[in-house]
Ligand binder design. Structure first.
Ligand SMILES: [Zn+2]
Length: 450
């Protein structure tokens, strides 16, 4: 008998947009072709998912894999492997901290060549918007960027200049015409710069001094201003890694009056507090900084209300030597792309009862819809055969050696998680299983359908 399908996952509990249901799912030519209580056809490969929850596989909308050019921090090989180990099937890589940054077609194509060779999972790329490349937005759009990223404050990388107000206005006018979104790192440039300089001149460099140099108002003020530019220009705006409930509120209010604005948050703003950062040290330094528990509680409320569009990792690793020193002076950025899904299963589902289908939307469907990636992000007929098989109650303590990152550091090492990814499948091919990468790189380039 000839096999009809390439793959059937049997007996699993599927996490679909309509909720969770026990069903079989079949894949042929990389796409989901049948979902039924019991599929009678044969297949070349069968996966028994009895007792497992089958998620659509996550798309991480915000990572820094630093490849090419800063591969001593991370690479597309190690980063995409870590993603796969965490149930990921795709990522959108930021225009920095690779080097040169993705500010024109030449450097887009350099990165594309590396990903085509090395990426285990599918990938899309952000272009950068800075004061030096306003004339390159069209060529980057033609390359297929999923959107543009800009910094209101200093980016930490000299060649990636901050977006001044002129660039914001001109850039958003252009992007509105191109139909591509702008994601902005929102912190007020002057206040963060001057408070940091003042702290340094007084030798105040502790973790609390760092928080004091980047207070919530720096984000809130800047989100408000970016919304005004978006409202004026019609540019689709996404607030990057939003960290304060007050800023989320501004986004929600603007959206309700018709502004095309949404926000992304990051697992660590939901899972960690300022007290945790004080205990953990520089491994948990990021910007905007992680806020207090009162704000965190409100952020959970915003998430439950549907006010946050998607959750990414902002995986931002560096050479660990750059984390060695006084808190205010060391490099900021947290390594996290392997633990987003398991972190949400532990803290959102088990601890707070956020439904599983909401977690799937926040980590997969919403990301692909916002960036117009067709045929990806949910378990539905015609969509890519992407799956993360999860043992929902299996607990584990994260060990450094479990991490696939180039540098085995994470603020979550030693933490207890409940919800273990046992297998990740990309377009019908198993890429990760039982703690091991089991495929060669098969990722492909994702571009928006405009
Ligand atoms: Zn980032």
């Amino acid at each position: 008998m000839s096999s009809r399908y390439d793959l059937i996952i049997r007996n699993g509990i599927l996490v679909t947009p309509e909720g969770v249901k026990k069903a079989d799912v079949a894949v042929c030519d990389e796409k989901i072709v049948e979902i039924a209580e019991e599929i009678s056809s044969a297949a070349k490969e069968t996966v028994d998912a009895a007792g497992k929850y089958v998620f659509p596989g996550t798309t991480d909308g915000h990572v820094h894999f630093n490849d090419p050019g800063r591969t001593e921090w991370e690479t597309i090989t190690t980063g995409s492997s870590a993603l796969a180990a965490g149930g990921g099937v795709a990522f959108f890589d930021m225009p920095l901290n690779c080097s040169p940054c993705t500010l024109d077609a030449v450097n887009f194509n350099n990165k594309l060549a590396v990903a085509q060779k090395d990426s285990l999972v599918d990938y899309g790329f952000w272009g950068g918007l800075t004061s030096t490349n306003l004339d390159k937005l069209e060529e980057l759009a033609e390359c297929g960027v999923i959107g543009f990223k800009a910094f209101s404050c200093g980016s930490g990388i000299d060649e990636f200049e901050r977006m001044d107000d002129y660039t914001a206005l001109m850039g958003m006018q252009k992007l509105a015409k191109l139909g591509l979104p702008l994601m902005v790192h929102c912190e007020n440039a002057e206040i963060t710069r001057d408070l940091t300089a003042l702290a340094l001149s007084n030798n105040k460099t502790t973790v609390r001094d760092y928080f004091a140099a980047r207070p919530p108002i720096t984000e809130i003020e800047n989100v408000s201003r970016m919304i005004m530019f978006a409202e004026e220009t019609g540019c689709k705006l996404i607030i990057a890694h939003i960290s304060t409930a007050k800023a989320v509120e501004l986004v929600t209010q603007a959206r309700s009056r018709g502004v095309d604005v949404s926000c992304e948050t990051i697992g660590h703003y939901l899972i960690l507090t300022d007290d945790d950062v004080e205990r953990m040290g520089t491994v948990a330094k990021c910007s905007p900084p992680i806020r207090n528990s009162e704000n965190q509680l409100k952020m959970w409320g915003k998430l439950f209300n549907g006010e946050i569009a998607f959750i990414s990792s902002d995986h931002s690793p560096c050479d660990p030597k750059l984390k060695d020193g006084e808190f205010l002076r060391v490099w900021g950025g947290i390594s996290a792309c392997q633990t987003t899904l398991t972190g949400l299963l532990t803290h959102a589902y088990h601890d707070r009862k956020l439904p599983l289908d909401s977690i799937a939307k926040l980590t997969s469907q919403n990301v692909n819809e916002i960036f117009k990636i067709q045929g990806k992000g949910k378990i539905a007929i015609g969509y890519d055969g992407d799956f993360a098989l999860v043992d929902l109650d299996k607990e584990f303590t994260l060990q450094a050696e479990d991490l696939f990152y180039k540098h085995k550091v994470s603020p979550y090492v030693g933490d207890r998680f409940r919800g273990t990814v046992s297998q990740t499948i990309l377009r019908g091919t198993t890429i990760f299983k039982d703690g091991k990468i089991v495929s060669k790189p098969i990722g492909k380039h994702l571009r928006p359908s405009l």
